[in-house]
Design a binder for this molecule. Sequence first.
Ligand code: AMP
Ligand code: ZN
Length: 492
Amino acid sequence: MGLTFFNTLGRTQQTFVPLDPSLARVYSCGPTVYNYAHIGNLRAYVFVDILRRSLEYFGYNVRHVMNITDVGHLTDDADDGEDKMVKSSRETGRSVWEIAEFYTDAFFRHADSLNIIRPHVTPRATEHIDDMIALIRRLEERGYTYRAGGNIYFDISRFPSYGELARVRSAGDDAGVVNSAHGRVEVDPNKRNPNDFVLWFTQSKFENQAMLWDSPWGRGYPGWHIECSAMSMRYLGEQFDIHCGGVDHIPVHHSNEIAQSEAATGHQWVRFWLHNEFVVMDKGKMAKRSGSFVTLDTLTEAGYDPLDYRYFCLLAHYRSEIHFSWEALDAARSARLRLVERLRGLAEQLSGSAADYAAGAVDAPKAGGRGISGFAEAALNDFRDALEDDLNTPKALASLQTLTKSETGSAEESLAAVASMDRVLGLNLIDEATAEQQIPEEIERLVSEREEARKAKDFARADEIRDILKERGFVLEDRPSGTKVSVAGRAR
Ligand code: AMP
Ligand code: ZN
């Protein structure tokens, strides 16, 4: 079948064929670095990572570009409010440049610990102002812009297919309709149409704007939307294959990106639009500006492994909303640890050669399952089918689980299939299952105490100790030769 994706543009599932057969070109909207990414934002990047790994798994070379927004993103996507960077600077007393550097580093630290492969290019908006100015000039030359109140606006009445992605009409839509994801916004009186958007702000808009550049329209700074068009075109060309982002970007940001890119070039810009659904909490979306947002540090401080959260994300299809709760995260953690435990059992059957898996010496087989037969091959085929079906990770995880639970087939083939699957899942499964077990002295003491309790037939105490160990991430197995203790995944 080949990879198929649900394309927001047209709302149908379509077979993926890249423009250049040897290269899949992908752009994803990156973080606005005025604060930590919350776990909802991180879901968007886990999704893109699964997409990229899947493309590579299915044999494509990938070029992935993700921007860093460090200027121009206002507190409302529709040109209302204040620059998020400036607001953060005012609130913290740090310069916008310091804030950008600090939160960019924090973002990559979190993304790395989630095993998200870094994009090939991560351009910063502030380093591409010339590209944005050049693109706005092109729009100006083609008659798509107007000047009002000192700013340069994109005139959507000149672009009849405006809103096709979001399935809204441009003509006749009343104020705020396109922006309905954010509730109705106050319409800038300079706009001829409420859905027109700013390409370039001049100083007149915000006196406290710290980042300003000279431009043909006066000193000022770019609107947020233009950066993604300018930077993607610089690094991927004027037409490319896939553009990703969260569903919140469909009505404004991505609709505006399409309008300005296609108006400038006169042809289609992006062929596949893939959007991830939200992580929600307390019956609402998780927003950085609302007080209650959870970061990856919140999770690790509570004793979770970042991979617990990655696993949690993969349990849902990327187009389904996920309800975050600690109970749901616990369930994901337990499932992941049980999986690692089963893999440890399989690796132990192989003794010496298990280390080869950890070192990656046993390469994952490609289509057809080289060296993998029977049950493992069938599981691998199911896994591939699931990914081909619009990256269905819950189904893909289910094939992995079924494989590791089966008593059928050789441990070696099962592990080879798991290693192959984990190239996409990115859960470090083989490494975790074959990692040298470091059992702290305190834990060994508790294990001995439990053995003593068992000998003395104090089963209540023995069970109590088992529970304590479990809670701390250690698994016990009573064998005729004595009790074996092992780390269930990485210890808390
Ligand atoms: P931002 O840093 O606000 O520009 O957002 C970064 C990415 O996270 C964008 O692709 C958003 O669409 C996405 N996003 C924002 N909130 C959530 C959420 N609660 N769940 C999933 N994705 C989100
Ligand atoms: Zn963008």
